[in-house]
Design a protein around this ligand. Structure first.
Ligand SMILES: NC(=O)c1ccc[n+]([C@@H]2O[C@H](COP(=O)([O-])OP(=O)(O)OC[C@H]3O[C@@H](n4cnc5c(N)ncnc54)[C@H](O)[C@@H]3O)[C@@H](O)[C@H]2O)c1
Length: 327
């Protein structure tokens, strides 16, 4: 299949590109390298197009002959959207509309959209099912949810079949461990490997459905091959289990081979926009895509720690800050 991955130089995108190539698909990567990195796709047999999803002309050129688009490009993270809501809206909502328009005009056969569990907001009801009313609590969540609505509208109005996959707290190899917007898993791994104190926001008893990257990549492949009747759907993609942030840290510490007593976390106040608990019901994706989480969070953490150790990517200063928000 001839595929295009927007945001293909980022964490999730680059993992997806690897799998698509391994499965024999032709892959183009479209990325402006704002949060992604060329080193993530170095040496891969994919065509790289440097461009922004805000530039219709660049997108139109990139879509020629493409059959399936995986739209991963975004300005991720809740805190980033709190710092600049207008930019988050422009890229995450406006950019998604531009990608959909280019895909429609190029006659693309299917578009798979990287949606976000942040659409649920801080609902107390668990697990979170797709039939629940969305309750976005941050500019990022609003923009990502708006993207879902646009996808559904394009399925219905313009015969461009779309499927939105609502990812829950994805982690794994190639996730950026550096900087103020690093996610909690690479941030913890970085701190523990460097012998630094990891920062926990709040009491650490908040829970998340941490999802290993291979599960997310598998879901995208299943969505590509699903029957047309699945078009217009929004589906949770997660592990279907939750652990607390404190338990996550304990897992990281034991995977690194350190003694828990040696690692003393710093507790900082809970952050604006962080939800208390998150857990997905994945039965809809199971039913419609045949999705089954392949790797649980414990095995996923072990593999991720191993990857950071093998790659030796953790050099330089520890991150100043990190988010525990599911993006
Ligand atoms: N990581 C998670 O836990 C998670 C959870 C839910 C949803 N998502 C969604 O998954 C997707 C991938 O996220 P990620 O974690 O891999 O983040 P990432 O920052 O690693 O990847 C995003 C990619 O998009 C590119 N990009 C940003 N703005 C662009 C623009 N204007 N034009 C072209 N490319 C642009 C970046 O350079 C980067 O390569 C995003 O859509 C995100 O909203 C991620």
């Amino acid at each position: 299949m001839k595929t295009l991955v927007t945001g293909g130089a980022g964490f999730i995108g680059s993992n997806l590109v690897r799998r698509l190539l391994a499965d024999g698909h032709e892959v183009s990567v479209f990325d402006d390298l704002s949060t992604g990195n060329l080193s993530n796709i170095e040496g891969l047999d994919a065509r790289f197009i440097e461009g922004s999803i805000l530039e219709q002309r660049d997108l139109d050129a990139a879509m020629t002959g493409v059959e399936v688009v995986f739209h991963q490009a975004a300005l991720p993270s809740v805190p980033r959207s709190l710092a600049n809501p207008a930019l988050s809206n422009q890229i995450n909502l406006g950019g998604t509309l531009q990608v959909l328009l280019a895909a429609r005009d190029a006659g693309v056969r299917r578009l798979i959209y990287a949606a976000s569990s942040s659409a649920y907001g801080d609902t107390t009801e668990l697990p979170k099912t797709e039939s629940m009313a969305p309750n976005p609590a941050s500019p990022y969540a609003v923009a990502k949810l708006g993207g879902e609505y646009y996808c559904r509208a394009f399925s219905r109005s313009f015969q461009l079949p779309t499927i939105a996959l609502r990812y829950f707290n994805v982690f794994g190899p190639y996730q950026d461990p550096e900087g103020g917007y690093a996610a909690v898993v690479p941030s913890f791994i970085t701190s523990v490997l460097r012998g630094e104190s990891p920062t926990i926001y709040g009491d650490g008893d908040q829970t998340r459905d941490f999802t290993y990257i291979d599960n997310v990549v598998e879901a995208n492949l299943l969505a590509m091959l699903a029957p047309d009747s699945v078009a217009g759907e929004v589906l949770n993609i997660a592990c279907g289990e939750r652990i607390s942030v404190n338990e996550l840290l304990a897992l990281v510490v034991s995977s690194v081979g350190r003694d828990g007593g040696e690692v003393r976390p710093i507790h900082a106040p809970a952050r604006v926009g962080d939800v208390r608990d998150s857990l997905a019901d994945v039965s809809r994706a199971r039913r419609l895509l045949g999705y089954n989480p392949l790797v649980d969070h414990a095995a996923g953490i072990r593999r991720t720690v191993q990857w950071y150790q093998d790659e030796g990517r953790l050099v330089g200063d520890p991150p100043e800050d990190a988010t525990q928000e599911g993006v």
